[in-house]
Design a protein around this ligand. Structure first.
Ligand code: CAA
Length: 259
């Protein structure tokens, strides 16, 4: 079935797919249906050998203005428990290929949390990041208090979560939340450029490297180092390792096959 709330661009560059959130009138508010479509699309692209990196964007005005407030407004705690909306997010988190968020305009609440669930973030100078849930009587529920704090530190995270203040793209870059800021007309192009660089490398090494970096968030240093070492050794069973090292010796460009 054709998705209703997202647009999937299969090959915006070799081995690069792009998913565009597409509820423009609602500033891409993340209703359950959109999140379900995003989860399903990511599952398919993650299993597709012709895709090595996935970009997620909104439009120029909004990446996403958060979870759909109108859909949640009348719910009880038991409704929320039974709907279990965040299980969708748990599946998205399992995506093995790198996810790049290309952000323009609002990235608020669940929008900011979705951005932070991605592995790298390219922002247009118009991007605004925030966790304004406190202004509607709740708090972040899709990782905001945890990922934001790890990314920008306690003081700024506390201020953003407790006041709902939006930060600019420049402030986000300075705080280490995002990779870089570019003019608005270039944000997608820059995300594709970054994705293409990664897509030209060994997809096996890329996946294991992503997995290893993420391990740093929920393990002790010792455990993380052990995990890294195992993945490093494991890559020596790949053809890509032989190709990459031989190409270096031969002074030629390697051709990685993901084997
Ligand atoms: N949910 C549902 N609808 C939303 C929405 C949201 N999160 N954000 C915007 N919309 C809708 C508006 O209701 C409006 O719809 P109508 O035209 O039918 O009235 C339309 O999108 C355009 O929005 P505005 O008219 O408000 O646009 P604006 O430019 O004046 O303001 C804004 C933009 C500052 C982003 C403002 O829309 C806003 O504050 N949005 C809500 C942000 C927010 O609180 N996000 C957190 C949601 S809770 C959450 O995300 C929980 C979690 O952790 C998962």
């Amino acid at each position: 079935m054709q998705p209703q709330f997202i647009i999937i661009h299969q090959q915006v560059a070799p081995y690069v797919a792009h998913i565009q959130l597409n509820r423009p009138k609602e500033l891409n508010a993340l209703n359950l249906e959109l999140m379900g479509e995003l989860r399903d699309a990511l599952k398919v692209l993650d299993a597709d050998d012709n895709v090595r990196v996935i970009i997620i964007s909104g439009n120029e005005k909004a990446f996403a203005a958060g979870a759909d407030i109108k859909q949640m407004a009348g719910k009880t705690a038991m409704d929320m428990y039974n709907i279990d909306q965040f299980s969708t997010w748990d599946t998205i988190k399992k995506t093995k290929k790198p996810l790049i968020a290309a952000v323009s305009g609002f990235a608020l609440g669940g929008g900011c949390e979705l951005v932070m669930l991605c592995d790298m973030i390219i922002a247009s100078e118009t991007a605004r990041f925030g966790q304004p849930e406190i202004k509607i009587g709740v708090m972040p529920g899709a990782g905001g208090t945890q990922r934001l704090t790890r990314a920008v530190g306690k003081a700024l995270a506390m201020e953003m979560v407790l006041t709902g203040r939006f930060i600019t793209a420049d402030e986000a870059a300075q705080a280490g939340l995002i990779n870089r800021v570019v003019p608005v007309e270039l944000y997608l192009e820059e995300a594709i450029r970054l994705a293409s660089t990664i897509a030209s490398l060994s997809p096996l090494a890329v996946k294991m490297a992503k997995e290893s970096v993420l391990k740093a968030f929920d393990s002790s240093l010792e455990e993380g180092l052990h995990f890294e070492r195992k993945n490093f050794y494991l890559l020596f069973s790949s053809e890509d390792q032989k190709e990459g090292m031989q190409a270096f010796v031969d002074k030629r460009t390697p051709v990685f096959k993901g084997k």
